[in-house]
Design a protein around this ligand. Sequence first.
Ligand code: NAP
Length: 313
Amino acid sequence: MAENVVIIGSGPAGLTAAIYAARANLSPLLITGQEIGGQIALTNEVENYPGFPEGITGPELVDLMQKQAMKFGARIEIDFVSEVNLKTHPFQLKTQNGLEYEAKTLIAATGASPRRLNVPGEKELMGRGVSYCATCDGFFFRGKEIAVVGGGDSALQEGLFLTRFAAKVHVIHRRDQFRAQPILQDRARENQKMNFVWNSVIKEIKGNGAVQSLALENTRTGDVTQFPAQGVFVYIGHTPNTELFKGQLDMDEEGYLNVDERLHTNIPGIFAAGETHDRVFRQAVVSAGYGCMAQMEAEKFLADMEHRGYPGK
Ligand code: NAP
């Protein structure tokens, strides 16, 4: 039998949709994806999610959301949706664990993944000094000199976290100004372990089995210098995880799903929530809000469908 609501993705958007759908008695099915909890689960300290004045870790926040969804009857499957057929209704889904589902409505909450530098050495040295997750890997860099790439909130927040372990954290930024929030910039400037390398981009990551140095190009002079570093943490933004929907859901050239103001995609009964469509705000609390909105629309859609059938059929 077709599921009422299938939610793909387990970040704040997906879990919020699950909480709302479960409380609406729709017995939603949430399929987590490979990165359970999404990006927030990789964040060490969350200080701006309302309701936690002392802050909370990302994994704790995700855990609480999961418990809340399950308490009301959401089913959470640890699996990865590998294929969808959205040209038929109910929609058809296949997972990596070999399961197949049918869904009357679908919420695409697959989030976004860290953008890669795409320079020589990055792929080869991934997990050997190249990382996208300070919370996961920071511990391995005790007493070492490391680089953090980027000038946004993630680069400074995670760079500050890395000062707990590293001897020195060099923030490599392509301009001479950060875009990060002023509070993070102040903290970074005050931290003796932080150093800023302005107007610089990495051309190559070098090392034999482990990161040893970086070839840095000065964006103003074009000069290339060798910069010693034993680790590189990359925080240069994200790309939406919408590959699964390519050719079926409308998206822009960067892969963000096209939605209307009520989060409807081009296919009736399919809604997007969070960083699959939001290229502007990208905050956990905003994604949670989108999860709520998408679910409310899915609920309304199901009610309409009961009376009138699936549109277009
Ligand atoms: P972001 O704001 O998009 O910043 C990406 C940074 O990487 C920018 O400084 C950008 O430089 C740089 N960059 C992009 N492509 C690059 C390349 N190819 N080579 C070198 N540098 C490159 O990404 P983010 O920091 O991950 O933040 C994403 C969103 O999450 C934001 O909305 C942010 O506010 C939010 N966030 C919030 C918090 C918090 O509230 N505490 C924490 C983390 C993230 P330019 O500046 O020159 O463009």
